[in-house]
Design a protein around this ligand. Structure first.
Ligand code: UT7
Length: 334
């Protein structure tokens, strides 16, 4: 049986850091409010207006190739999960491949907001498990700062910019992706979306004047759905695979709000020492959060560790993946 394993991870964050105290100077907020309600202390924000999502992805993919000694021309498929593509079309995936020289790859963008990376991981893994491909790269990346209204304190404090990438390869060992549960409910559209720029509300002077090109979120409604569904799907995947709390080594949860992550861990019955967390440094990087967690925690990961990846996001979209980690992270140079 061919299984699909993550065999390398990498990431990229823009240099510029914006702290809660910096935000206090431009909007009516406080470090105390942001920290206690979300867990966020700072986020990385790209300052250079010439840079776009693909540029962050290029840095992540280059590092991935360097770390894993992957020849870029050996990449068969590159999927980019993002809601902040460089342009509506062509796909950011195409732009990344062109910029890094992945001349033998094809690819596509995947729009599933904060669940984008897990949707991408499941989709990409199918090409490995069927034996069709040997090297698949999944990138999760968002330059959220480009679609945030810095006069709206309910959204601009939450998000940040960042990109993460993983390499998928086949293995016949008992490691890699074991199971997944994915869900979607388009009825969630009203609570989290960007109103204009698509075929429903094409860009016009009115859409710009009415601030319709920014993230719109009804925070409390999204929070309620996120807490319920992320906890539920994470518990379900454990149940389905007969995993007890002591069998799970790490929860790798989308970083939207520390309170949502804590509720998920509680439902799974696992302690905070098993919960990967970097929301305090990066904020919510949308499709970037999960690969960035894997990158940050790589040195702590051991071959055979049971990981539950779990996310909830706009759409609504949500899901969980159960995987066995494929290598000792402390033996890899970062
Ligand atoms: O990643 C994709 C999915 N997204 C999520 O999972 C996000 C889910 N939602 C959340 O994480 C939370 O709802 C937020 C962090 C967005 C907001 O936290 P909350 O505890 O739900 O706050 P709230 O919206 O109920 O607002 C409470 C109060 C309000 O003031 P009043 O009406 O009680 O006077 C807000 O105006 O907090 C106020 N407020 C702020 N105050 C200071 C909202 N944003 C801020 C702010 N600074 N930045």
């Amino acid at each position: 049986m061919i299984r699909c394993a993550i065999t390398a991870v990498a990431g990229f964050l823009p240099e510029n850091i914006v702290t809660n105290f910096d935000l206090e100077k431009i909007i009516d907020t406080t470090d105390e409010w942001i920290t206690s309600r979300t867990g966020i202390k700072q986020r990385h924000i790209e300052k250079d207006p010439k840079k776009a999502t693909s540029d962050m992805c290029v840095e992540a993919v280059k590092l991935l190739c360097k770390k894993s000694k992957l020849k870029v021309e050996d990449i068969d498929l590159l999927i980019c999960a993002t809601v902040t593509p460089d342009m509506v079309f062509p796909a950011t995936s195409n732009l990344i491949c062109a910029k890094v020289g992945a001349v033998n790859a094809w690819g596509y963008d995947l729009s599933a907001a904060c669940s984008g990376f897990i949707y991408g991981l499941v989709t990409g893994s199918q090409f490995i498990e069927t034996g069709k491909y040997k090297k698949v790269v999944i990138v999760g990346a968002d330059m959220m700062s480009r679609i945030l209204d810095y006069e709206d304190r309910t959204t601009c404090v939450i998000f940040g910019d960042g990109a993460g990438a993983v390499l998928l390869e086949p293995t016949t060992e008992d490691v890699g992706i074991k199971d997944f549960l994915l869900h979607a409910d388009g009825n969630g559209v009203n609570y989290l979306h960007m109103k204009a720029g698509g075929s429903l509300n094409p860009s016009s002077p009115e859409t710009v004047a009415n601030k319709m090109h920014y993230v719109y979120q009804e925070g409390q409604a999204v929070f309620k759905h996120a807490v319920y569904n992320m906890a539920e799907v994470s518990a379900k995947i454990m149940e389905k695979n007969n995993l007890k709390a002591e069998d799970v080594k790490w929860l790798v949860a989308h970083q939207a709000n520390k309170r949502i992550i804590d509720a998920t861990a509680k439902r799974m019955g696992i302690g905070s020492e098993k919960v990967m967390m970097n929301i305090e440094r990066y904020g919510n990087t949308t499709a970037g959060t999960i690969p960035l967690l894997l990158w940050d925690y790589e040195k702590h990961l051991k071959k055979g560790d049971n990981l539950v990846l779990s996310a909830f996001g706009g759409g609504f979209t949500w899901g969980a993946i159960y995987l066995k980690w494929a290598y000792d992270g402390d033996k890899v140079s970062s």
